[in-house]
Design a protein around this ligand. Structure first.
Ligand SMILES: N[C@@H](CCC(=O)N[C@@H](CS)C(=O)NCC(=O)O)C(=O)O
Length: 209
């Protein structure tokens, strides 16, 4: 049985969603953010030295970092349904988008979040953060174009990875300028496995509505 160490209002929601898409049984260990600092509770340090979520356990195997977790789940349990044939052009695009989500797309959003606490001190950084946000979200918007999915003509684990930066951006109004990304979020948020995961995961600030 897979265990997910899940933090409320976090990227780890994606892992629950993917497990639902895969139709796997799993249990959730819930952790709540501190109401003042928004940080994870110290108990998560006992699971992994970084004290961050998600972390999964599968048998005697422990794995952290969402991209690694999602890739592992797709490879181990997906029977090819959520990925692409190794060696194919689509597979390379899939890897690119899968790792782009945490490796690149999150950075301008995180910079925006952290600098918003600096007041006037953040001013010199804001133009660069705004231009990088535009740069990355334009890039994603261009790639998606009129397509329903980021890679090929099928829903894949790469779409699941990209869901979090897109939902976080939507919550901040960034997607108003990118109607196709906004529509993409609207579509995946109606998937039954997504909604089941939402119910099981508890508090999530980036869901539909
Ligand atoms: N790139 C990592 C980021 C992990 C991460 O920062 N998780 C956040 C949840 S969104 C967290 O646990 N934050 C709580 C804290 O830093 O105290 C991943 O995708 O797994």
């Amino acid at each position: 049985m897979i265990t997910v160490h899940h933090l409320n209002n976090s990227r780890s929601q994606r892992v629950l969603w993917f497990l639902e898409e895969l139709g796997l049984e799993y249990e959730i260990k819930h952790y709540q953010r501190d109401k003042e600092t928004n940080l994870a509770p110290p108990e998560l340090m006992e699971i992994h030295p970084l004290g961050k979520s998600p972390v999964i356990e599968d048998g005697d195997f422990k794995l952290h970092e969402t991209g690694a977790i999602v890739e592992y789940l797709a490879d181990t349990y997906g029977k090819g349904e959520f990925s692409f044939e190794r060696g194919s052009k689509e597979y390379l695009q899939y890897l690119e988008w899968m790792h782009y989500a945490e490796g690149s797309a999150m950075l301008p959003l995180l910079l925006g979040l952290y600098t918003s606490r600096l007041g006037d001190g953040a001013k010199p950084l804001l133009p660069r953060i705004a231009s990088e946000t535009k740069n990355h979200f334009s890039f994603m918007s261009q790639r998606l174009g009129e397509n329903d999915f980021f890679v090929g003509n099928k829903f894949s684990a790469a779409d699941i990875m990209l869901s979090f930066p897109l939902e976080a951006a939507r919550a901040r109004g960034v997607l108003k300028a990118f109607p196709n990304l906004d529509a993409f979020v609207g579509r995946f948020q109606t998937r039954l496995p997504y909604l089941t995961a939402l119910e099981r995961g508890g508090e999530y600030a980036y869901g539909p509505g």
